[in-house]
Write a protein of this length. Structure first.
Length: 472
């Protein structure tokens, strides 16, 4: 049985949005656009400006191809999947990327590699799945983080190791952090240290909002795009092919073979791995319609700070930091003396360039670091985060009758886990990995009964989160 997943009108729109112009489109919105474009420029991120020239890739698809495995999307997930397929299963996959290597989230994030995935805490795993499954989940995430550390050691990506601070943004949060630390220790044997506001602000960073902090030993900051370029180099050296400027604009399945239509030719694949993150068009494949909620996140990087500013903020650590807001701030003192900080952004792509979102972020920075009020911002950008409707990712084959697999839904925690998701996706594509029976592997992404109205709900939730977050 065959089906066409992108109708001709949408496909024409896709081509129109891509053809002719490679200019970055700041208003791109995955819920509205038929696709992420065709050969588009990178977002104007600090990482793009400082990563150096992109390593060679295999250029656009220029003719019809027959392949065993096609991966859609060349972010961390797609590249890690191709790398593991080649290194661990002897399968030389073909990666199809609409724009440039890691054009999506993987060139826009905060570079915070955390020992986490999805948006739920370890105690929430216990509530959702019970202790046994939560323990297995912890092992999976920890194993992923260990692999991540191995890759970071192999790739030149300016690592800033040492751990992760979770900063209580209000005194009332300290009791919650203490309870979480106890669960980490008692249930998972995962050590951490609770620090008072005075100790944290004196010894690490003088964040004026900090009411204390929880330090976990795992956590590494990386240069987001140097990491992606490293994955690209390793994947191609292992035998993968990476075609950029090759958006999948149409998809038909004929006698079990997937015909992926790109501008330069049709790629016929026996199996397809979808690694398109929040940049997944509604029309890409029926199994994914309304399964991922794309949420915008804003990020900015200051100019190089003066010694006096650094002293005033007491930047004594380069470890990665997030605060405990639901609409959280994440930040880090970068190796070249700048501050990177990010948080929530607009709801729609059309509203993303509105300066009020950047102003909110600047105000958040100034609350934390009054000495930086008014400091010049050298880089600011935004990107879409793939949040699943139950806040946890999935790496799965949604229909066992179809050779279609995906790894999606990391909820803003994908820098480290995406490579483990790629490893698990590769196993599944290679017909292995059945022993890993966690719910994130055995169930597909859940839908949402009110999917068409999700953005109205998101507006209400943001208001609710804001009120809750800012309560004394
Ligand atoms: C501003 C921001 C800050 C973040 N900060 C952090 C952080 O500090 N720590 C953390 O853990 N996570 C963070 N994240 C999340 C993290 O970046 C992602 O989880 C991770 O990069 C996802 O990688 P991916 O490969 O799955 O998706 P992406 O990197 O988004 O790659 C998907 C790719 O698929 C391509 N694509 C889509 N459709 C098609 C098609 N039809 N044909 C061909 N190609 C297609 C896109 O062009 C894109 O390049 C952040 C995200 C954002 C936006």
């Amino acid at each position: 049985m065959g089906y066409s997943t992108i109708d001709s009108a949408a496909s024409a729109g896709f081509a129109a949005s891509g053809a002719g112009s490679t200019k970055y489109d700041p208003t791109y919105d995955p819920l509205v656009s038929p696709g992420p474009g065709h050969g588009k420029d990178y977002a104007p991120t600090y990482w793009v400006a400082t990563a150096g020239s992109p390593p060679p890739d295999d250029g656009p698809v220029t003719k019809d191809l027959d392949v065993d495995v096609a991966i859609i999307g060349a972010g961390y997930t797609g590249l890690a999947t191709a790398l593991c397929l080649a290194r661990e299963h002897g399968i030389k996959a073909v990666v199809l990327e609409a724009n440039r290597t890691s054009w999506g989230c993987s060139s826009r994030n905060g570079g915070q590699g955390q020992n986490a995935s999805g948006r739920l805490s370890r105690s929430q795993w216990i509530e959702r799945w019970g202790k046994d499954v939560a323990l297995k989940m912890h092992d999976e995430i920890q194993q992923g983080f260990d692999h991540f550390k191995e890759l970071v050691a192999e790739i030149d990506c300016d690592p800033q190791p040492g751990g992760h601070f979770l900063i209580a943004h209000r005194p009332r949060i300290m009791a919650k952090l203490a309870a979480e630390a106890k669960v980490w220790k008692d249930v998972f044997g995962y050590p951490s240290e609770l620090l008072s506001a005075q100790t944290f602000r004196r010894e690490f960073i003088d964040d004026h909002e900090a009411a204390g902090a929880l330090h976990e030993p795992e956590g590494i900051g990386v240069h987001a795009l140097k990491l992606a370029f490293g994955y690209l180099r390793l994947a191609r050296a292992a035998g993968a092919t990476v075609h950029t400027s090759s958006p999948v604009m149409g998809w038909e399945t004929i006698n079990g073979v997937h015909h992926l239509r790109t501008p330069g030719g049709v790629v016929r694949a026996r199996a397809v791995g979808i690694a398109t993150g929040a940049y997944t068009a509604q029309t890409l494949h029926p199994t994914l319609r309304s399964k991922v909620m794309p949420i915008l996140s804003n990020s900015m990087v200051t100019r190089v700070l003066t010694p006096a500013e650094i002293a005033a903020c007491n930047f004594r650590t380069t470890q990665v930091l997030t605060d405990t807001r639901t609409l959280r701030f994440y930040y880090r003192f970068l190796p070249d003396g700048r501050l990177q900080i990010g948080s929530r952004s607009a709801i729609t792509g059309a509203d993303a360039p509105n300066p009020r979102h950047l102003d909110l972020l600047k105000e958040g920075m100034a609350r934390k670091f009054p000495a930086l009020r008014g400091v010049e911002i050298d880089y600011s950008w935004w990107g879409w985060v793939d949040v699943s409707h139950d806040m946890m990712p999935r790496v799965c084959q949604p229909d066992p009758r179809q050779s279609v697999f995906y790894a999606l839904g990391y909820g803003g925690n994908g820098v480290s886990y995406s490579q483990q998701a790629g490893r698990r996706l590769a196993e599944r594509i290679a017909g292995k990995g059945a022993q890993h029976a966690l719910p994130i592997f055995t169930t597909p992404l859940p839908g949402h009964p009110f999917a068409p109205f999700r953005r109205i709900g998101q507006r209400m939730l943001y208001l609710q989160y804001f009120r809750h977050d800012e309560k004394p």
